[in-house]
Write a protein that binds this ligand. Sequence first.
Ligand SMILES: [Zn+2]
Length: 477
Amino acid sequence: MATAADVAFLDNALAQLEGARRWTPRTISKLEALIHSDDPWAVYRVDPITFAAEKGITEQEAIDLFLHATHQGLFHMEWRLLCPQCTDTVSSCKTMSTVTSRCYCQLCQNSVDVHLDEFIAVSFNLSPRVRELLWHHPESLNVEDLMLRYRIDRRATMPGMGPFSEMMRQLILFSEYLQPGQTTELAVDVPPEWALVVFEAAGARTLFYATDSAPAREQSINASLTPESWQASHSTALPGKVVLKLTNDTAQRAPVIVYTRPNDGADSGVQMGPFLNGNRLLSNQTFRNLFRAETLAAGEGVGVRDLTLLFTDLKGSTEMYERVGDLSAFALVQQHFEHLRRAVQEQEGAVVKTIGDAVMASFTRPEQAVKAALAMFREIEQFNTQRGTRDLILKVGAHRGHTIAVTLNDRLDYFGQTVNIASRVQNAAHADEFCITEEVFSEPQVQQALAGKDATREMAQLKGIAALVPIRRVSVV
Ligand SMILES: [Zn+2]
C-alpha cells in the first residue's frame, strides 16, 4: 500500500517533471500510466526506445523523459553489458563508472569486447520509493523468474521462434534453490553434440560440458558449488544419461538451473530490437546536463564503433577581441555558444566541451552533424544581421569513425585519431566554410542534407597526419 508520503512524493516529482521542459501533450500522463501499470515487470528495465515506439512519441523525447524522471528520483538508471550472442546480462552497474571494456559471458563461454554503441544497454527501473515491487528484492523471486524475467531481457527474441526466455523455459530441466550444505541428485539426458549447463543464476557461476558425437554412455558427475566456482569430478562429459550430484558448499542459498542445448548454441543468434545504448546517451545533451557526475572509471576507456565529431571555431577572433574589447567579446562568444548548443541539441547531439571560442560536439549519426553545422551557420548569420555587423564568422569541420570514450578532467570526452582528424579538418576550413571527410560525406543522408550545395573534393594535408586526407569543402554563403 502506498502511504500518503509516497503519493505526495510521486505527485511532486511528476509536477517537477512536467515543468522540466516542453513536452508533447500527454507525454507525462503516458509515463504516469506506465508507473501505475498492473504488471510489475512493465516498470523493470524500461527501454526508452521501446517506450517511444509503443506510445507514439519521438525517441529523443522518450530518452529525455526517463532522464528527467530519473533526475526526479522516480527511476534508477541501470547500465548493462549484454552478451552479443545470448543477450544475458554479463554485468550490471548502477552507474557508468563501473563499465569495463572487456567481459566474459559464462553462458556462452565467450569473451565479449565492449563497445558503447553495441551491447551496452541503458534502461530504467522504477524506484522502490514510488512502488515497492517483487523484483526490487530478487532474492524473493523463484529461480525460474530470477533467470527468465530478472536476468534475460524480455525484448530478446530467437528469430522465428519468439521470445528467448520462452525458448529457455523449454530447455530448463531443473531450477531450484539449493540451501547451504544441501545436495540434490538428478538424471539428465544429453544428446550427442549438445551441451549440459549447470548455472548458478545469482553469481553466474557456470559448469559447462559440450559433448561430441561419441557413443552414448551413462556417467555420474559430482559437482560442488564454492564461493568462486563449481568444482566438478569430471572436466568433460559424454553424450547419454548423466547423473548429476550437485552440492551447495557455500554459506548462501544458491539459485541453480540445469539445462541442455545444442553445442552450436541454441542461444546464438538471439536478437534484440533497438534499445538505448551507452553511445547514444553520451551524445545526449540532457544526460550531460543532468548527470554530470556520471563518468567512466579513470584510466578505463570504452570503445565506440561509430561516432561523428564536429568542431567549430571563430575566424579572426583575435581581431574581434581587439575591435570590441574583451568584455563585449566575451559576451558575444557566450551568446554564440548558446546558438551552437541549440543547433547541436536540435539534431540530437551533445556539446562535449568548449575550448576557447571553439565547440566540440558529438553525434551518433553523420547527417545530424551536417544538419547541425548548417543550422549553426544560419543562426550565426542571423545573429550577425540582428547586430548589424559580421563580428562572428564560423569555420566548422567534422569527421566520423571509431573512438574511445574516456573521462578527462572529470568530464566525458573522446580520445583517439578520429578526434584529432575532426579537429584538423576544422582547421582546414576557411571563413564560412564547412569541411568534412569522405567518411562523413559518403553517407547518403549527408549528401541529401547537402543537396544544392557545392561540396568540392580535395586532398588535404592535415597537421600531424602523414597521408593526404580526402575532404569535401562546403561553402555555406
Ligand atoms: Zn552469452
